[in-house]
Design a protein around this ligand. Structure first.
Ligand SMILES: Nc1ncnc2c1ncn2[C@@H]1O[C@H](COP(=O)(O)OP(=O)(O)OP(=O)(O)O)[C@@H](O)[C@H]1O
Ligand SMILES: [Mg+2]
Length: 499
């Protein structure tokens, strides 16, 4: 590769490179210094050896049509200055954090595939995309240790339309045949299964490994219906807004009636409630809130459900079945597109709670090692992780899930709404484009590598371009994510006839 520039100054973290005339250096581009050091450009600017007044005068003459204003040695006097940071130092084929500056005046070349021979596929590799230098895509696949990264949470932050869902589709597709991980994908846009287009259902191994639950499932899917006896008081905390008196009232009924606590809570008389120390108004308001959340009603001494999702009849094994499947490394997609938000989060929380409790038990019994990692995908994560969300199971998982090998894939447009402590706990961040400065700052303030100079770089990311910052990568890796439609090869139809 030809020389594109030369080091002319700067300091650690901000090296100045003079761009060679006729060459272009892009923001985000990776540059090689002698083959063993890689720099990344984070800013570009004009520089001139002439005074500002002289430049203005020359421009004035050119614009106003004066003759012969061409400049002697223009390409020597004026140039583009690229600011770059040291990204990685490769020593004996092993990537290291750079600790020294390259030689002054060292020439700079564009990176090539050969510069990344050290990037190998880890055990349980999860493919994320191809190495990217600015907008140039290199034929170098980028993997992360999926088992570790998934249990330590992954954050996918970006503004709308930058490719968050596409990334999850690609990750899911690659994870379907992998038995090191089970997944629960809460899908409020019904976009992952591929009901009407190509999706997870079309994976050659989908049969038996992908399960789809929906209130109105197509052929091959399961009907999502839960018996109200499966609900527990703790499923509701942090999901619907309850006072402590209302919460206490739920627990009183649960202690007494166990599975049937909800039914009795709705059927019991005011006198009975009073005997339990529950005020009439508390019970009234609690019933109203539960009616709204679960569509549960009382009529002529009976309790019934109007909803399409909750029922008082049958369907008592559904939660267990889902959790069993996840534990067998299956990928469960939950179509919540037709549900109001509180129901979506309630059901997602019910399943997640069961998984988490089961994995906690495995840990106590010393059986966790043999179990697959569990990953729960949640869109618009601030709904459950934000400052204003109550204490719920997603919150608990974000804080301590990794000890039990249960992790989140949290998708968000608004990282700044997630408390810093939780953001810092998400040990892998796949950062896509974001034009909001405050959002970029929230992300940059909580990443595994120093991205303090990368704000412009993140702002300039195009669709599908990302930076992976993780405690499981030696440096923040720029990638281009594949377009899902390009990689997803549908399974061959069994009815295909050959003539
Ligand atoms: N890796 C990619 N390569 C090329 N184009 C992409 C890539 N990812 C996404 N796109 C394009 O961008 C569009 C939007 O992507 P996607 O739906 O994944 O964005 P999103 O971040 O999930 O948006 P929203 O916030 O609306 O959910 C896609 O329809 C596709 O055309
Ligand atoms: Mg999306």
């Amino acid at each position: 590769m030809t020389t594109v520039g030369q080091i002319i100054g700067g300091e650690y973290g901000e090296i100045y490179i003079r761009q060679k005339a006729g060459k272009t250096i892009e923001i985000g581009e990776l540059l090689s210094v002698g083959g063993d050091v890689i720099l990344q450009v984070h800013d570009l600017g004009y520089r001139s050896l002439m005074e500002d007044d002289d430049l203005a005068r020359i421009s004035g003459m050119q614009l106003e049509g004066y003759d012969d204003t061409s400049l002697m040695e223009e390409e020597i006097r004026n140039y583009i200055n690229a600011k770059a940071k040291l990204l990685v130092h490769i020593k004996n084929g092993v990537p290291k954090i750079p600790k020294k500056l390259p030689v002054f005046f060292h020439e700079i070349k564009r990176v090539k595939e050969e510069n990344f021979e050290f990037m190998d596929e880890p055990e349980n590799g999860l493919y994320l995309g191809k190495m990217r230098s600015g907008s140039r895509v290199l034929d170098v696949p980028v993997y992360i240790d999926g088992k570790k990264a998934l249990s330590h949470h992954i954050l996918i932050p970006a503004t709308t339309g930058r490719g968050k869902s596409n990334l999850v589709k690609v990750m899911l597709w690659n994870l379907i045949p992998k038995d090191y991980c089970g997944m629960l994908i809460i899908d409020p846009h019904d976009e992952y299964y591929g009901r009407n287009e190509i999706g997870a259902k079309d994976h050659p191994d989908a049969e038996g490994l992908v399960e789809y639950y929906s209130p109105n499932p197509p052929k091959g899917g399961y009907s999502l219906k839960l018996n109200i006896n499966l609900l527990r008081p703790w499923d509701l905390s942090g999901i619907i807004d309850l006072t402590s008196a209302q919460t206490d009232a739920m627990y009183v009924y649960y202690e007494e009636y166990e599975n049937e606590w909800l039914t009795y809570l709705f059927l019991s008389s005011e006198e009975e409630a009073k005997e339990h120390g529950i005020q009439e108004t508390t019970l009234d308001v609690l019933r109203r809130k539960l009616s709204l959340a679960i569509d549960i009603h009382r009529d002529r001494g009976r309790v019934y459900c109007k909803s399409t999702i909750f029922t008082t009849q049958g369907n008592e094994n559904m939660l267990n079945n889902i959790v069993d499947s996840i534990e067998r490394s299956k990928k469960i997609i939950l179509d919540t597109s037709s549900m109001p938000q509180d129901k979506e989060l309630l059901i997602a929380g019910m399943i997640t709670n069961r998984i988490f409790n089961r994995y906690k038990r495995y840990k106590e019994k010393g059986e966790l090692e043999n179990k697959p990692t569990v990953s729960v995908v949640i869109e618009e994560a601030p709904r459950v992780l934000g400052e204003r969300a109550g204490r719920n199971v997603f919150h608990t998982i974000a804080r301590e899930g990794r000890k039990f090998r249960v992790g989140l894939i949290a998708i968000t447009q608004l990282s700044s709404m997630i408390p810093r402590e939780l953001l810092a706990n998400m040990n892998t961040k796949i950062i896509l484009g974001n034009e909001m400065r405050s959002e970029r700052e929230a992300i940059i303030g909580s990443v595994a590598q120093d991205l303090s100079k990368d704000s412009k770089n993140i702002a300039s990311l195009d669709k599908g371009e990302a930076i992976v910052s993780s405690i499981f990568t030696k440096f923040a890796v720029p990638i281009k994510i594949d377009l899902f439609d390009d990689i997803a090869q549908p399974k061959k139809s069994k009815n295909l006839k050959f003539f």
